[in-house]
Structures are given as structure tokens and as C-alpha cells.
Design a protein around this ligand. Structure first.
Ligand SMILES: [Cu+2]
Length: 513
């Protein structure tokens, strides 16, 4: 707001007047909020019962059984913190402040929660003479960032990121590493305190693994925590050569969690008409979580009241990610170094994760709904940004065409029939506004997305994903049954139970372009 300056007004007076106006604005804002909260629709303000088009919105029918909405026999309140509602908090010195030590709902006899990296597989191993033996192959990968958008990257065992290695503290591991790339590589075990000849720093500690060659790494693991492996050739790192290396502690961490997720955030610079990243670029046009761009990455679906751990690795070549979670306060309970002592856990809504850092978030999912978790850098919340000149990528390109002749990459076509690339207006007119049926079905046809608002894919791009906190009965409906679920019905049901349906607008229907 700009205030016309009166010639005689000293700067100090102007400051005071601006502040008073700002405070008045805030008061008006809270009056509106109070009116809405108490159920009185605002007249004529366009924020009441009427939709934007003046039509009364039709809400999907009630679904589920609210009486099944929370597990029985579960302690709801912990010294001022509530498991099933946004917390009113307590003394920051309390163990239960914002849910710090509230355990999960999981039966302790079931053991620790399985580690789940959505859209990435786990690497099997064989026990050989007391050693866990893993086989990793460095390979070119055709990674589908979005349905139909296949990129030529590097990874392991045909996957980018590579498959997850999971071990327990105290294990001895052997990794048989084969190079199936058309160029030398080396593999680094990031964060491990191991004998130097297995560190994978090429030339400093070992010879490069030439194409077709195999190198065997073997070492004991005494640490615990969230680690990863990656190529130690910088340009290969920028091509996506990374994977989780999770070390479960000998003595389970306390308090136990119900969910243990892992997400690898990456950036790529893929120019118009290309499928190969410019690994020297200083700016980054494509962004992936576990190898997929939003909205193709998988929502994390959890039950209301559960304790959730999300491990996040930033393996972008150049850029840091301030990761923000909506609707919840999380604790930063670990980094790639190790578990953090409880006394030093930090409550946050946004945590900056720098390149090659991993952070563990833990929180009680006490607030039902579909919540965003995302990098807060605006350029990282988009896919294939352009400079108002046309397509950055060509869909349906095969890795075979590229590999058939390494000296000649496939030609670039300046033509693109996809209306999503129409200029001007791009990228403000983003791809998610209109999707073809194939793309749409593969995004909204997945179990994890059932019952979300019809136009949710418009909101999830690049380094964003949805965290769905569902009451027990709705979780069952979405994740464990094959009953039909109407678009928007699960979200609307949560609004019915926990919000105010009288002021809720259902989503516009998605258009299929
Ligand atoms: Cu970012």
C-alpha cells in the first residue's frame, strides 16, 4: 500500500500512519475469518454459499463411517498435545511439546515400520558367509518424469534414482559394482566411515571402473541413519546417479513411527526438444522426487493420528531446497550424519536441505486432509519451464535411439502438437490445466490419489507432492478396497467432519484436452 506523502509530513509520521493502516487491515481480516468460522456466510462478498459462477455447489455424498474414524483404545492427549487435532502445545521444555515424543499407533510386536521410497524399488541381497551381498549396475536409464515424457538419464539397475540398499547397523556389506555405462564411473558410499580403499573417490583412492568392468566393495557398517550412494563423477551425479543407503539402528529408535518414507529431490536442465540434461547448466528446468515430477509422483497416504517419518535427500546438482509441510509441525530428528539426540530435535514447518544433505522429518499426522509438501523455491514448483519460446522436451523419445549412435543425439523438432506448449502465456498456462486422457489416467488413476479434489494435479508440479492424512475408514476405502471413489469425495468428507462444508466450493471438473 502506498501512502501519498504530504510535503510537511516527516518520515517518522508517515511510518506511524502506514503501521496503523496495516493493523486496521489485519483486524478486518480477522473479522471475516471469525464470521466464516461461526458459520455466518458473508453477504455479497462471493465467499459464502455461492460458487464463483453463481451456482450452488454440489458436494459429493457423504462416504465412510465417521464412527470408525479413529482407532479405539488410543491415548488422544499427551500432556497438552492432542494426537487427533491440531495441537494447542505446551511448554517447549515438555517432552510432549507439539508431539515430540508421542509414539506411533503401530503394535510394537510388529517390529519397526518398513522403509518405503515411493516409485523406487528395493535392492535384494544374498547372505554369503555372513556378508550381505548386493549387485549394483551403473546403467543408462529411460526415466519417465511424467506420463509420455521419457528422459535419458543415468542410474543403477535400470532405475533413477537407483534401487534402495537397506541394512542394519553392524552388518558387513559387499557391493558388486558393474559399469554398464559407455564411460568410466566409480561408486561412493556417502557418509560411511569405511576403510579408505572402498570410499570410491576415483583416482584419489581407486581406479575408475571402465565400461564393462566390475569392482567389488566390502566394508563393515557401524553407523546408523539415513545415507545414500552415488557416482563420484560430478557430471554423472547431475545425471541422476544416486540411491538410498538406509542403515536401521540395532536398537530401534524411540518413539516408534508408523510410516518411514524416503524422498530423493533432484533437478535436471533439459533444453527444448531434448531428453538429455545439460549437466553444466546453472539453472534447472525439470524437477523430480524419486524420479518423477509432480503430479506423477506418488502422494504419501497415512492414517489420522499416526507418527510419520519422512527422510528427504537433496541430490540436486546445484540448488538447495527449503522443504515446507502444510498443516503440521514436524521435528527434524536426523541428518545424513546420524540420528539427532532428542534434546536437539528442532520443530519446523520449513527445513532448508542443501545439496547432498538428508534430513529426517517426524510428525504426528494430527490434521486430516490433503496437504502439500514442497520445495518453496518458485522455479522448483514447475515442470519444464520455458522462456516463452516453445517446447523444452519432446515426448515419446526412446533411449535406444540415443544409445544406437553415441556420437549423434536424436534430432530436434521445433514442431510440437501438444497444446500445452502454446505460446504466449507459457509457463503461466501450465500443463496441468489440460491433460490428455492417457496422461490423466496414469496420474489420477492411481490408488493413492482416489477421492482427491478433481483438479488437484494443477497444484502439484515439480518438487511438490501431497501428504494425505485420512481418517481410518477413508484410509481403508482408498488404500485397501476396490470400491469406486468419486473424485473429490474423500476430501469433501474430511471437510464435512473437520471443517465447514457450508463455505466449501467443490473443484471444477478437469478438462481433457
Ligand atoms: Cu527447490
Amino acid at each position: 500500500m502506498s501512502i501519498p506523502q504530504e510535503p510537511s509530513r516527516p518520515p517518522r509520521r508517515e511510518f506511524l500512519r502506514t503501521t496503523a493502516l496495516a493493523a486496521g487491515g489485519a483486524l478486518t481480516g480477522s473479522s471475516i475469518a471469525a464470521a466464516q468460522h461461526s458459520g455466518h456466510a458473508m453477504d455479497g462478498g462471493g465467499r459464502g454459499m455461492k460458487g464463483h459462477n453463481g451456482m450452488s455447489p454440489e458436494l459429493p455424498k457423504p462416504i465412510g463411517d465417521p464412527s470408525l474414524g479413529r482407532p479405539t483404545g488410543v491415548q488422544d492427549e499427551y500432556d497438552g498435545f492432542r494426537r487427533f487435532a491440531p495441537s494447542r502445545g505446551n511448554s517447549p521444555d515438555s517432552d510432549y511439546y507439539l508431539g515430540k515424543l508421542v509414539p506411533g499407533l503401530r503394535d510394537p510386536s510388529a517390529g519397526r515400520a518398513p522403509f518405503v521410497a515411493p516409485d523406487i524399488t528395493s535392492l535384494p541381497y544374498e547372505m554369503k558367509g555372513g556378508v550381505k551381498e548386493f549387485h549394483l549396475r551403473a546403467t543408462p536409464v529411460e526415466a519417465e518424469f511424467l506420463p509420455g515424457y521419457k528422459m535419458n538419464v543415468y542410474g543403477y539397475n535400470g532405475s533413477m534414482p537407483g534401487p534402495t540398499i537397506e541394512v542394519t547397523q553392524g552388518d558387513r556389506v559387499r557391493i558388486v559394482a558393474k559399469n554398464e555405462l559407455p564411460e568410466p564411473t566409480s561408486m561412493h558410499w556417502h557418509g560411511f566411515e569405511l576403510p579408505v580403499q572402498w570410499d570410491g573417490a576415483s583416482e584419489l583412492t581407486q581406479n575408475l571402473i571402465e565400461p564393462g568392468e566390475t569392482f567389488v566393495y566390502e566394508f563393515d557398517i557401524h553407523e546408523e541413519g539415513t545415507f545414500f550412494y552415488h557416482s563420484h563423477i560430478p557430471m554423472q551425479e547431475a545425471f541422476g546417479m544416486v540411491g538410498w543407503f538406509i542403515v536401521h539402528p540395532k536398537k530401534d529408535w524411540d518413539p516408534p513411527v508408523d510410516r518411514d518414507f524416503g524422498l530423493i529431490f533432484q533437478n535436471f536442465a533439459i533444453e527444448p526438444g531434448q531428453t538429455v540434461s545439460d549437466s553444466w547448466a546453472m539453472d534447472w528446468s525439470w524437477h523430480t522426487i524419486n524420479g518423477r515430477s509432480g503430479p506423477f509422483n506418488s502422494p504419501l497416504v497415512v492414517k489420522h493420528g499416526e507418527r510419520v517419518r519422512i527422510r528427504i535427500l537433496n541430490f540436486s546438482p546445484m540448488q538447495h531446497h527449503p522443504i515446507h509441510l502444510h498443516g503440521h509441525t514436524f521435528w527434524v530428528t536426523g541428518h545424513e550424519g546420524a540420528r539427532i539426540p532428542k534434546s536437539a530435535w528442532i520443530p519446523r514447518n520449513t527445513e532448508l536441505i542443501a545439496v547432498a544433505q538428508a534430513s529426517d522429518f517426524e510428525f504426528i499426522a494430527n490434521n486430516p486432509g490433503d496437504w502439500m509438501m514442497h520445495c518453496h523455491m518458485v522455479h522448483h514448483m514447475m515442470n519444464h519451464m520455458t522462456e516463452q519460446v516453445g517446447p523444452r522436451v519432446r515426448p515419446h523419445q526412446s533411449v535406444d535411439a540415443y544409445l544406437a549412435n553415441l556420437d549423434r543425439s536424436p534430432g530436434v523438432s521445433s514442431q510440437n502438437s501438444d497444446p500445452g506448449f502454446a505460446v504466449p502465456g507459457y509457463p503461466q498456462k501450465m500443463k496441468g490445466m489440460s491433460m490428455d486422457m492417457m496422461m490423466s489416467d496414469r496420474i489420477v488413476g492411481r490408488r493413492e490419489t482416489l477421492g482427491m479434489r478433481a483438479d488437484w494435479p494443477m497444484a502439484i508440479m515439480g518438487l511438490m507432492l501431497a501428504v494425505r492424512v485420512l481418517p481410518e475408514d477413508l484410509y481403508h476405502l482408498v488404500m485397501e478396497t476396490d470400491e469406486p471413489v468419486e473424485p473429490g469425495s474423500v476430501f469433501t468428507e474430511i471437510v464435512r467432519r473437520f471443517g465447514d462444508p457450508s463455505v466449501y466450493h467443490p473443484a471444477m471438473k478437469m478438462s481433457h484436452g
